[in-house]
Design a protein around this ligand. Structure first.
Ligand code: DGY
Length: 348
């Protein structure tokens, strides 16, 4: 699909993206925009090299693509200056290779913070109250009357929520769970979590001033402390060498037998084979997963587990957010082409 065929700058988007604001922005700024409409969900490096062609000023790409040496050298040969991932995570992008070929890299933080945190919260609630199992039970025609033991789950109020990685998304999630469900909080982060600390301090004062029961919160000095103490644990680290299989067999064994584990970050943060074993051996342990180690696949056995809720990487999938991500990605590329500082550069 081609917009503004006579535009001066050639910009390629490897996928159609939601909304029209990003399209209009590019065409108003003299870009010829080419959107790849191939049916194939995941494009190969070769597919993208042929999209780049001989002349290309910038590319908007997706987290399913392998943006390494081959693609950045092809883009640079075609005269390209800018690449933006339509995602906040950029573990699919080799930033060193981009730097080597003089291509600026952008990502799309901010616009997906609340949407992603809302999905982590939805999975937490769904796991705690066994919503998916109960829905399947109803649809299978198995409900034959109210029973005291039917789908008993846990009350979040007064339980402890554990957050690993208290950046933008982790902090927004913590806030939802503390404020919305009156959970106590324990969190772990390598860096200062100023945003979250300000919130919990102010919220504690608010509860006290209103004579309401306080919630407790603490910063853990080790990740293991969170794993041992929390009832619901949500993972929000970036994926890099240090966080690959952060949750492994040993760490799963540290968690409470009835704990709930949520992952809306990146699949390889959990050793999924160890997780399947743990789910089999610990039926009251529950998990809510938006991401998988070998996406789009699940490790054998995971799909059969009743104590797992699995959804297809939809944490940022609200209309407002996806349109915002597309707009931000277009601004990143446009900014660089036009010589403005790139909007959101993960190197910064
Ligand atoms: C991201 O942005 O990194 C998410 O995984 C998709 O929105």
């Amino acid at each position: 699909e081609v917009y503004n065929p006579n535009g001066k700058y050639r910009v390629v988007s490897t996928k159609p993206m939601p909304g029209t604001r990003w399209i209009n922005l590019l065409i108003e700024q003299d870009c010829r925009l080419e959107i790849c409409t191939q049916k194939k969900t995941i494009l190969s490096v070769e597919d993208i090299i042929s999209l780049i062609g001989d002349k290309c000023d910038g590319v908007i790409g997706q987290l399913t693509e392998d943006w390494g040496e081959k693609l950045f050298s092809a883009l640079s040969r075609a005269g390209g200056k800018a690449f933006s991932n339509m995602a906040v995570g950029y573990n699919n992008v080799d930033v060193n290779a981009a730097n080597k070929y003089g291509v600026a890299v952008g990502n799309t933080p901010g616009v997906l913070t609340e949407t992603t945190a809302e999905l982590a919260a939805s999975l937490s609630l769904s796991a705690a109250r066994r919503i998916v199992e109960a829905d399947e039970f109803m649809r299978a025609g198995l409900y034959d009357g109210w029973l005291p033991h039917l789908f008993v789950g846990n009350l979040l109020k007064g339980q402890t929520v554990g957050v690993i990685g208290a950046g933008r998304i982790g902090s927004a999630y913590a806030r939802m769970m503390v404020e919305g469900f009156k959970m106590n909080l324990i969190y772990y982060d390598l860096y200062q979590a100023t945003r979250l600390e300000k919130f919990v301090t102010a919220y504690g004062q608010f509860l006290k001033a209103n004579g309401e029961q306080p919630v407790t919160w603490k910063r853990a000095s080790t990740m293991e402390e969170v794993l041992r103490e929390a009832d619901v644990i949500s993972l929000h680290p970036v994926l890099d060498k240090t966080t690959y299989h952060l949750v492994n067999k040993e760490r799963l064994a540290m968690m409470k037998k009835e704990a709930i584990l949520i992952n809306c970050s990146r699949g390889p943060v959990i050793d999924e084979v160890a997780l399947v074993e743990h789910l089999k051996a610990t039926p009251m342990f529950r998990v809510g997963l938006d991401v998988f180690e070998d996406e789009p696949y699940m490790k054998p056995g995971l799909a059969e587990m009743k104590n797992a809720i699995v959804v297809p990487h939809i944490a940022s999938a609200s209309k407002w957010t996806r349109e915002g991500m597309a707009t931000l990605a277009a601004l990143n590329v446009l900014g660089k082409i036009k010589g403005y500082p790139i909007w959101s550069d993960p190197n910064r």
